[in-house]
Write a protein that binds this ligand. Structure first.
Ligand SMILES: [Zn+2]
Length: 228
């Protein structure tokens, strides 16, 4: 597939690629796989656009991924993907990083403009925190803890990692052999929640968010919007 074809293919998902010709062929294939896996759980490309709105997708040479919840030019949101995260072993770890950023964009769509400018979480993250109670997130980075404290910023990562763990069970399997990923629940006083893994409350919550978009996309009123 040519770079232009690829960029066109991503449009119905709400993704506007900057400088498609700078993405290598294997990078383009990886992005498409990640987007398709997430979209499938949202009821297709239309569901994905309904959930996330339009997002500008840009590659950078160094660094990891990042979301600008507010970017001062249309389409107002911007995801940056560092080239190193697209070249990992196993390769699908790059897909995990991509859906992680897409999950941040999804939450940002449920925040008002002031919250987005200030980088504060949206409704999805705030409701996640209330719903899961003391149950920690699936991975140390997405545990909901920053050091020994729960913070709203860490809750944003908790949501993004919950989406990643839900869409990529192989991610959790991959982390299971890592001692650091097994030790942290004890450190934060929640040893009764073995990790890494998606706790039942996290699973119910994330399934619910995917399910409500899927429902609207397959039988819903096309003018309905979840973003207010
Ligand atoms: Zn993140």
């Amino acid at each position: 597939m040519t770079a232009d074809r690829w960029a066109q293919e991503l449009r119905p998902y709400g993704l506007l690629v900057v400088a498609p010709e700078t993405w290598e062929e294997d990078e383009r294939a990886l992005i498409l796989r990640a987007v398709q896996r997430m979209a499938q759980a949202l009821g297709g490309a239309e569901g994905m656009q309904r959930a996330l709105g339009n997002v500008r997708l840009e590659k950078r040479k160094e660094g990891g991924g990042g979301l600008y919840a507010f970017w001062p030019r249309p389409p107002w949101m911007r995801i940056l993907i560092g080239a190193p995260i697209l070249h990992q072993q196993p390769e699908w770890l790059g897909e995990v990083a991509v859906v992680h950023e897409l999950a941040h964009a999804w939450d940002a769509r449920t925040a008002n403009i002031a919250a987005r400018v200030l980088g504060r979480p949206g409704r999805i993250v705030r409701e996640l925190v209330r719903f899961v109670g003391e149950e920690p997130g699936p991975t140390w980075y997405g545990s909901g803890f920053s050091g020994l404290r729960r913070t709203l910023r860490a809750a944003g990562e908790q949501w993004a990692e919950t989406v990643a763990a839900y869409l990529y069970p192989e991610y959790i399997a991959h982390l299971s052999s890592c001692p650091a990923e097994q030790e942290w629940p004890q450190r934060v006083g929640l040893a009764e929640h073995p990790r890494p893994g998606l706790g039942i409350r996290h699973r119910i919550y994330v399934e619910g968010r995917f399910g409500e978009i899927r429902l609207l996309t397959t039988n819903g009123d096309p003018s309905a919007s979840l973003t207010e």
